[in-house]
Ligand binder design. Sequence first.
Ligand code: BGC
Length: 734
Amino acid sequence: MPAMLIKARPANSLLLLLFFVISVKTAEGQEKKPQPVVQKSTTLNAKIDAIVKKLTLEEKISMLHANSIFGTAGVKRLGIPGLMTDDGPLGVREDIKEGWASANLTTDSATFFPNGSALAATWNPALTYRYGHDLGEESKARQKNVILAPAFNIARTPLCGRTYEYYSEDPYLNARLAVQAVKGIQSQNVAACVKHFAVNNQEVERGRVNVEVDERALREIYLPAFKAAITEGNAWTIMSAYNKIRGAYCSENSYLLKKILKGEWNFQGAVISDWGGTHSTVKTANNGLDVEMGSEPPYNSYYFADKLLDSVKAGKVSMQVIDEKVHRILWVIYRTSLSGHFTGGKINTQEHSKTAYDIASESIVLLKNDRHLLPLNPSAIKSIAVIGDNATRTFHLGGFGAGVKARYEVTALAGLQNRLGNNVTVNFAPGYSAIFKQTSAGVNDATSKADPSMIQEAVAAAKKSDVAILFIGGNRDYESESRDRRDLSLPFGEQDLVDAVTAVNQNTIIVVVGGAPYDISKIKNTNHAIVWSWYNGAENGNALADVLTGKVSPSGKLPFTFPASLEQSPAHALNAYPGNNLNVQYKEGILVGYRWFDTKKIEPLYPFGYGLSYTNFNYAGLTTDKKTYKPGDVVQVSLKIKNAGSVKGKETVQLYVSKSSSAVLRPEKELKAFTKISVETNSVASASMKFNVADLAYFNEKGNKWVTEPGDYKILIGSSSRDIRLVTTIHVVK
Ligand code: BGC
């Protein structure tokens, strides 16, 4: 198998364990469904040790590498199944044959769930738990005991092709969501595989690029969500990333895998390589990888197959190292396929559709509504022009990355038709063709020109309609794994389309669909109603229509900063993307996302955490339980939120902390807590949040430890990172 294999694709229990169920509370304090917990891990470990003793070296080696695109071998004579993995974050992928062709089954459709940045835009950990739970149920129904999700690398550059799959630019938001996704998945005795560990923040040259990141940024920005997923979420598997860190591939990076993951975080599960992301036998085996996956046969030529057998025989890899890997794999198998709970599962249920709908409807972000064009009042409208390729496009498949053979997906046009019924005439025009170029440098370039005849058709539809809604933005071919975007510009000549339609219809509403920031600065200046939506799952169109018509008041908040220009973004401002000679220096250090914009006083197009509603919330009565705190204390914060508008709504209250005098550079503010609350009109609700004094620490590189500085800390409560409504100060003593 080639050292760097990149896929081409369009898309009996041996020993039953005793389980008991407990009801758990999340960090957010929400009561969760029962989760299986393995009892007596010492007994289990002893059992596993006994099995390991019974295995031949050949059987052990056969368990450590792929024997099919998504599977590994078990040991039949002992009734041990292999790992059966599948992608991924959007839902359980269809079954695939060698060569990435569809297996053409009729039994492998699944629910299409909203993408990662949509989940993050909900700011709702409970919904993320439901997502994980339902994804776990579907994985189990499809007999996949490892689901290759969630994926939550930090959005370092807005151009990264996988921004749509990932969550946000903030380690705290990522961590809160990752933990819930993992808990949800694993509640079904399906292992979550958290990915991609670590600093896989660009797709250009992802298989060869070396990342130089300082220790403080690694610890404060890039690792916290992984740490939380392992230590709080208790994820059973993790996927090493394709790239190198500090000169060593992540799959053979002892610092990352042995020191941090298995050492500091006490990870007991299995480290699985990304597909084709293994590059050596002895080094990789000794540095912490447990399972080598890849896309193509012959599987015995993998680094962890015959070559590993030879290396053990030659004494270059010890039997102890092999046994530890086998132990870890069995540990996962006994929590999943051999748990005694790996039967049943559910797929494509109404509950799963409801989860997809709830996420979608809470993820949609209202960016501008200054003439109150929204919500639409269907009884006052006779005709609507629905314009744009994205109105009729589906997003469950597309691009290079994993998709889902969705049982159904409601497009934006279908959703509007469902909700508007026959009383409103819908005049549809596609408006643009989504054509783009792929450059050899791993970049998608969509500087294609608008098509005048399509624009003319759209203008005609807009002219004869009371309202025009334009569905523009990206799509899942253009935003794709293995490629970044060339720039932030609106693709496919969409700006010309917007200009032409806006010129003929004053009631033009722009809906941008995308998983990552785009440059919509001109639209922000010239248009009055702008809505941001995502690759929003099976119920995409219904959720959008409900937000547009006011059944749901928008409550999504941006999970990343929208820069006014690419040059504003830290990695680009510092010329630190995509690197030189396959080396990328993370020169911005800890100043990623809003930490950079705020600290450097740069005005973005839309800030992190931003999103409007159809109602208004007033903030008042900020209190903390104490004024002075010691290390080890928990800071309890409460306030009142009044819904001062005329409709019910949900608000995400964000808590940032700021430290002005410090021994080290501190970002102007950092998110430390948030809560999403629903408030009835003319009502007041209490919002409470908490964080640990330990969360105020910075990572001290010299001492290689977290340091909580004594002194004053400002607590900033906002409706976004740039809309701070209440401030108080607490004091921390040694
Ligand atoms: C991706 C992973 C995915 C794997 C299997 C890789 O190219 O980076 O996220 O799980 O393929 O499809």
